[in-house]
Structures are given as structure tokens and as C-alpha cells.
Write a protein that binds this ligand. Sequence first.
Ligand code: PRX
Length: 643
Amino acid sequence: MTQAADSRVAHLPTTQYFCPSGDYDEMWRRADQDPEGFWGEQAMDLDWFKRWDKVLDWKVPYARWFVGGKLNLSYQCLDRHMKTEVKNKVAFYWEGELGDSQVLTYAELYRLTNNYAAALKRLGVKRGDRIALYLPMIPALPIFMLACARIGAIFTVVFSAFSGQALADRVEDVEAKIIVTSSGMHRRGKILPLKDNAVEAAKRCPCVEKIIVVKHTGHNVEMDPSRDVWLNDLLAGCDEYVAPEHMDSNDPLFVLYTSGSTGKPKGILHGTGGYSLWIAKTMQWAFNTDAQTVWWCTADIGWITGHSYVVYAPLELGLSSVMYEGAPDYPTLDRWWSIIEKYGVTILYTSPTAIRMFMRHGEEWPAKHDLSSLKILGSVGEPINPEAWLWYYRHIGHERIGISDTWWQTETGGFMISPTPGIQPHFLKPGSATKPMPGIVPAVLDAEGKELPNGQTGFIVIKKPWPGMLLDIYHNPELYQKTYWSRFPGYYLPGDYCMKDQDNFLWLLGRADEVIKVAGHRISTAELESAIVGHSAVAEAAATSRPDEIKGEAIIMFVTLRKGTPPSVEIKNELTRHLRATIGTLATPEEIFFVNLLPKTRSGKIMRRLLKAVATGATVGDTSTLDDGASVDEAKAAFAELS
Ligand code: PRX
């Protein structure tokens, strides 16, 4: 890997931003040497009900920021703009898949947030209660997130492509008393029945008292009057002001489930003060935003990117944003480019998977539209290959604007490594996320924890806490300690490979653990395996991935069937359906191979390295620790036969 990365660096052209002046090196040094002074100054840009007593309380592995400070994120996003010209500015240009649209100003968003907060209170929701938000990309989702923040209810957003069962797992873990959903959602001309999934989850989770239903699709929805309530009915008589709760800086704001090395997704818990500050500052630094910015982050709000950079940071900064409900290439392949032209989008922030998909469709589609409003481009979610970077740069940016490739994670709250045109222009290298944000002190370590010289690939660690760092794993501090802090004690372990080149540019090279990134969506092999063995025909299973030209990685599964079930196309389709029903559409495997034995070590551990090698057609390498060499040949034969 080291070699491959090095040769990429050697062959890449560089380009430059045209941006305002500032001193990145000086800012980074200041944040490193005097974090309390630096962040104390930055935090003055937020509105605090009560100033903090201490900027940072750091006892490995817990960082607590702005201790004693009181604030409310919905106040940061809305109330404080009511005193300025932002009040009548557009907060969201919403565009539905069917071509319908809605424009929401800050004043309207403020009023609606208060109404929704009043409605939640009317249902008995109190500070600290948990609410699950299972909604498509419609304005009700950010409004509920703001309303929850306003009254101090902890919310968990569940991505709308997750199944009813996956929703139930999350609702159960977080003990949500309310699920908010919509009648359904539009996707590629079809209506997906979100309400039905919510009912399935509520039936499995006794903690759920109510389902609030937003009417979004026209189809008939069955309502159980003892449990279900239409949002519109609930809002009647809720036209009132709700005072924002004075939240402690370290009070939880939300839980967002993400995949790790275990079979069950873990609840990443984010706080209020540090998180609010981190996302707003990093957004400014990475994208040089200003009052004229028309921002479009194409991520679904169900992921951290949507939480931080569709909803909260743009609102904190008083920006106008585009929010789009539907598929990127529906009903025509130029849907996105027409949206950019229509709203005069100045910053487009999207994923390498989307870029690669558009690359395949061809440059004639963006060429139909005037994209000259664009000033900066962004990328997130997975490593961007230089070819995709250059296509984006040429055909969307027309070689006149830079790309901020932002590396970060659910756990980090906001951007960690990214170009910072909002501070100072610097050179870019296609495929590198470039330099750490002020306050981020990364290092690249070998397996023993020794810092590697530039040019070598190892594990990235973050040596110091930063304000957006997760508070904990919800209800599981042991897992928090084990996952992030045990391998290299004292350092945060993100789980990615990284290489720092001779210019100190960082290259994030993908996951170093059992996490797969399919179209930028995070899913673990353990989660896939535990889901598929839930099917009565499956005896054992192992999941791995192979590189995919569009999605980055594609899921490959090796399965041994129970006696009595012979391999067949029918059972393969059945298992695919089972995975989609258990987890959601993102768990769809590219291929399922049936084998009689999974390759294992003498101690019974599945040899994942070997399966991966087989799935990708690479050489298998050392198999001396294998229990049964025959199983390797079998796996290889299965692959050769079926692929
Ligand atoms: O492997 C890295 C990859 O996405 C992982 C985090 O996934 P998630 O928590 O779902 O958050 C995605 C959105 C922030 C990381 O561990 N990743 C994310 N951004 C990049 C990236 N890999 C390379 N370059 C990036 N810009």
C-alpha cells in the first residue's frame, strides 16, 4: 500500500485556491500550544446563556468542553438571527423529487420550530427524553431536530433506507418514547412505506408511546388512534413560543448509530457546546462561507454529514441551503445540475460515489447547465480517487475552483482533515484531504504504536481532544474505551489507514478494520454476518468487500448452507431479500458465494484476509496457519466459477 500511495503522490498535478488571506500555520500552532486560549476565543462567537468556567477538562478518554457553560443549539441556529437581517433570509430551498418546492426563511423556520417544540411538549416530552426521527429529506426533519434541541430532548435520526427491524434495534437501544415518521417517501417514482416500518418497530419496542406521522405522500395510511397521530392535528393550537432550555455545554444533543467491529451498531453520543462550535468553525474554514453562500450538501440527514452540514452548521452561520429529497439522477441525468443552476448554488458538497456515477453518465449532462455560480466544491465519505477528483475539478468546477476533500467520521462531529480556504489558500493534490484543521494533531503509527516517517502507511491517530469529539458511546462506556482508546493508549483511533507525504499532506486510504464503505455508507462485516445467519437456511457466513468502480466498495458474502438446502439462485435471492429486510437496502450484497467450509485458522477464526484476497482475485499469500487448505481452494474455485 505504501508503494501505491507514494506513486500516486508522485504523479499528481497540483492546483491552487483563490481565497482570502490568513495564517493557517500560525492558527494551527496556536490551537496546538494553547488549546484553552484558542478555543475560548473561538467560542465567543456563540451566544451563551452562561459563560463556561473552564474551556477544557481532559481526562483520557473523556474530553469535556466549556464546562459550566449554558447554551441551546436551536437558539444558535434561529433565535439569535431574529435580531439581524438573517431573519428574512432563506434558510432552506427545498426541492422534492416530484418537482414540488418550498422556500423557508429563518423567521418561518423559527416559528415552525417553536410550534413543533410545543407539540412535543404537549405529548409529554421532557428534557432528556429520547425521540427517534425516521423521516425522508423533507423540511419536517430539520425542524424536528431543532425542536428537540430546543426542549433538550435527545434525538436519534434513523436513515430512511433502514428497514423496520433496523429502526427497532435503534429505538430499543435508545429507549425512544416517540417515533416521528412520514406517511411514506418518494424514491425514483415509487412510494416507500415508512409508516409501516415505524409500526413494525413500535410493535417490537414497548418503550414507544406514540408515532407522529407527517403527511408527505398521498397514499392511504392506516392509523391506530391510540398510538398514531398526524403532525397536522398535533400542531393545531401549538402556535406559541417555547423558551429554549438552558442546556449544559456537555449535555447530550443526539445519538447517531454507526457501524463498528461488533454485530450491533453503536450509538455515538454528541454533546452541545463543543459540537456546536466545531461544526460552525470547520464549515467556515473548509468552505470559506459568507453571507452570499448558497450551500448544498447532498448527504442524507440520516448520516452525520447531514446532521452537521445540512442542518446545524449552515443555520448557525445564517446561510441559505438547498435541500433535495430525491435520487441524484431522477427523473433525468441532469437533475442535480439543473438544481445548481436554478438556485445559484455556490458550494456543492457531495460524495465520491456520486461523482463517479456522474462521471459514468458523461460530462454532457453537467455541460447543459450554467454552473458558474459555484465557488468551491467538496467531497466526503470515502477516499476520492484522483480520476474522480480531476473529473469533478474539470467538468463541474471548470478548472477554476478548488475541492475541499474533508476527512472525518460520525464520531468526530465535524471535519478533521481538509483544505482550509477559509483561512488561507494552499495547494491541493487530487486524492489527498491535505492538512489537519486547527486543533487536530494527527500522527501515523505502525502496529506497535511507533510514529512512522513520512511516506509510510500506518494507522492514523489523533493525539489531542477537539471540541466536536463524541461524548461517549450511548450506554456503553466500555465499548467506547475499547474501540477508540485501547490500542494506542491516550490517542483516539479512527480506524483508517493513512500516509503523510513529503509535503506533510495526509492521504486517507480507507478503513483498517472490518468496516466496509458502500457508496460512502458505513457497514460492518459483523453486522452483515449476524443478519444473514438469522436466516434459517444459513449455517455460517463471512462478509468481505471488493473494490467497486462506482460505490468504492461492494459487499461480497461467503455462505455455508445448512444440510437440506442446496445452493440455488432462489436461495441467493432469498438471502439478499433477507439482508435488505433485516438491515436495509444498503446491505444488498454484490455477490453471495456458497461454500462448504469457510477458511479458518487453527483456533477457529475466519481468515478474512484470505476471503478478501479471493473476492478481489488477488494472490492468497501465506496460508500456513489455515486449518484446512482445501477450504481456500474451494473459496477460490467458488469465486472463479461464479464471477
Ligand atoms: O474511512 C473514513 C471514511 O468514512 C469513515 C467515516 O464514516 P462515517 O462515520 O459514516 O462518516 C462519513 C462522513 C464523515 C472514515 O473512517 N471517510 C470519510 N471521509 C473521507 C473518508 N475517507 C477518505 N477521505 C475522506 N474525505
